[in-house]
Design a protein around this ligand. Sequence first.
Ligand code: SF4
Length: 436
Amino acid sequence: MSKTFYIETYGCQMNVYDSACISSLLTGAGMTKAEFLEQADAVIINSCAVRGHAEERVLGRVGELKGLKTNKPGLKLILCGCVAQEQGKTLLELFKHLDAVIGTKNYAELPDILIRLFNEDLKQCRDDMSLSPEENGLGPDFTGQVTAQLAVMRGCNNHCSYCIVPYVRGPETSRPAPAVLGDMERLARQGIKEVTLVGQNVNSYHWQDLNFPKLLQQSCRVEGIERIRFITSHPKDLSDELIAVMAEQPRVCQHLHLPLQAGSDRILALMNRRYTIGHFMSLTEKARQAMPELVLTTDIIAGFPGETEGEFQETLAAVQAIRFDAAFTYKYSERPGTRACGLEGNIPEPEKLDRLNRLIKLQQQITIESNRADIGKTYEVLVEKESKKAKGQFMGRTGGNKTVAVNSSRELKPGQTVKVKIEKATQATLVGEVIQ
Ligand code: SF4
């Protein structure tokens, strides 16, 4: 199939990984990646449904692409990912210029679907959730990049009451360890230096007698991969064994993303999170004791149904006490079909926004203090690209996942690890000079 394709990705790291798998699937079928969307014969939008806003953004983008399709009638426009799974063929009714809707378990069919679209021009919808989420056997294609995502598991059994993921990604399935490690070796051959192992809850990983800490240990033996991260850890399942592997293995980055979501035990129970704030705090203390340089990040929702001002204050107090290095903060967003939809006590939008703003303000203060505490320290930074803003400056990240603008009098190459002394800090970036 001598056609070109372009993929636009929205949402989480699992979607980044899925897009890389779609890319290898289509290049394997003879298609070529287009550099720009306007050049492509097929445009694939990989969508996110985790919040109402993310979904509106994706659907807005599909609407915008109508003009491109009018100017280039042979173009094929495909929506895949979580919004495709959630809304299915109704999207083909809603957007007449859309050619296909592909659910989260049907990616492997994409080459065949595209051949049919180019030959017969018949609209297609594939959203069969009963399929097992098989990888395509080709592994993800991250050619030309320094970092990559790699799924160890898919789906989720936790059913947090606000979350749509179990409905659009299905139940938890762990990938066989040999497949994960084989993909990692392939990534090393592509020149990848850093791999993020992804799963909706990596701590639930199990294949035969292998749990996630053991898989992580085995991943550290893959030659050529210098750094390994993972996301996401559910606090109810974070084990001492995982903390010990993180502390012992030099290739595992000392960065832990541990979603708090709320600081009140009553709200955590309504969210079906299955931990208390006391348990969460004991985990963070244990992790920091084992890894004094640990960078700790989190996700927090403001304005969950029924959350009182006092309960929101408990979240602020938890943030103040734990002092996360950074946080992704959101207003509660109702997702159709989830259990939280039926809960009473919807918080009015202005109140939700006010709580979110207070949370952001507090976290911004803590983040800048955390970054300023890095001034004068030396970190190993993996260089990812040249800075667009300043000549002689390169962008990279520390093991703790902090972004660093690296000033260097000599040329640095993406994939190179350099020692950098931090001289300045803003809320988003550290700035430093190469010392080695
Ligand atoms: S653990 Fe909870 S929040 Fe995370 S994907 Fe599963 S249901 Fe959603």
